[in-house]
Ligand binder design. Structure first.
Ligand SMILES: NC(=O)c1ccc[n+]([C@@H]2O[C@H](COP(=O)([O-])OP(=O)(O)OC[C@H]3O[C@@H](n4cnc5c(N)ncnc54)[C@H](OP(=O)(O)O)[C@@H]3O)[C@@H](O)[C@H]2O)c1
Length: 305
């Protein structure tokens, strides 16, 4: 099969289109003919030589990619609930930038007809991340929530989840060119340059109850200054500052049950994945360059067919 992979660690230029052996489904597994695969900062970090401390063994040549959508074309022994030809979306650790991916049947859910391949391929990583973060900070009815980096892949989902979970006011930081987009998600946009804490005090005179930070900088500092309960501030960006700021690490395993809830919200019209840009497998290096700019609206996805 064809896959986008790297044989040496380095910058986006090490990504190559390669011919690699086809994987096959073992017991409890399915093989999925991939239609779309999401691109995450995690993939770039792996490509650059970072090794996560949990559950992942990077072997060269390595195919990155932790999320996908496609059509089941092989089913291993003992799998129930799916058929050949089922359209699904799911998650994996590595190996998704490819024509085929093999995963456990507990790592996929059915793709609804109304969800595009790009949305399905890009939902399962950031969607679950945003869900875990908002759950950890206890977003609920009546809350005033700050999402730092509200236009990005994680942030744009987080804004919509916060609204869906009943938050009264959601404020989202972003550069001016993304303000209409942030507004369209249901948040009040605010720029993230110096003086943010003061602007937030004016926008939310009653205070900010909780914050999900996806971008660090002024937004994280303002959150720490303004949110009274530090257990209600979560950063997925400034891991090196968690201890110093008195925050806690939020981590969890992705699950099909959580993914099913995201799909349900999509079906109810409460969650939409804005696609920033699509690339082919051959252009995976360009896709990495695009996400590594750390600016933009929504999600970058590889189209595989
Ligand atoms: N499951 C997960 O998805 C997960 C898990 C753990 C950690 N993370 C980490 O979370 C971070 C965000 O990921 P992502 O995929 O959402 O990134 P992304 O799609 O690249 O989005 C980044 C967003 O940050 C905004 N931004 C840039 N500089 C900013 C600043 N100084 N203050 C506030 N906003 C700023 C940009 O907005 P403008 O374009 O308006 O500048 C852009 O919309 C990454 O560092 C990633 O490694 C993600």
């Amino acid at each position: 099969m064809k896959a986008a992979a790297f044989s040496v660690f380095g910058g986006p230029e090490v990504m190559r289109l390669m011919e690699v052996p086809d994987p096959h489904a073992g017991p409890g597994q399915v093989r999925v003919r991939v239609k779309a695969a999401g691109v995450q900062h995690y993939d770039c970090a792996i490509r650059g030589g970072w090794t996560p401390s949990y559950g992942v063994k990077v072997e060269l040549p390595q195919i990155p990619g932790n999320e996908f959508a496609g059509i089941i074309d092989e089913i291993g022994d003992g799998v129930t609930g799916f058929e050949l030809g089922s359209e699904v979306l799911g998650f994996a650790l590595l190996n998704c930038y490819a024509e085929y991916v093999v995963v456990g049947a507990d790592q996929i859910v059915e793709k609804p007809a109304g969800m595009t391949w790009e949305e399905a391929g890009g939902l399962t990583g950031n969607g679950q991340g945003a869900y875990m973060a908002l759950e950890a900070i206890g977003v609920g009815p009546g809350d005033t929530v700050l999402i730092n980096g509200a236009a990005g892949s994680l942030g744009s989902i987080a804004v919509q989840l916060a609204k869906a979970w009943g938050a009264e006011t959601v404020i989202g930081t972003g550069s001016e060119r993304n303000h209409d987009f942030i507004r369209s998600l249901g948040a009040i946009p605010v720029t993230y340059e110096e003086g943010l804490a003061e602007r937030l005090r004016k926008l939310a005179p009653e205070g900010i109850d909780c914050t999900f930070d996806t971008a660090g900088g002024e937004g994280l500092d303002a959150a720490v200054a303004l949110v009274p309960d530090k257990m209600r501030v979560c950063t997925f960006f400034a891991y090196d500052r968690i201890e110093e700021l008195g925050l806690r690490i939020v981590r969890g395993d992705r699950s099909a049950a959580r993914l099913a809830k995201l799909v349900e919200l999509h079906a109810e019209g409460k969650l939409h994945l804005h696609i920033r840009q699509t690339f082919t497998l051959e252009q995976a290096g360009d896709a990495h360059r695009a996400i590594e700019s750390r600016h933009g609206r929504g999600k970058i996805v590889l189209r595989v067919d």
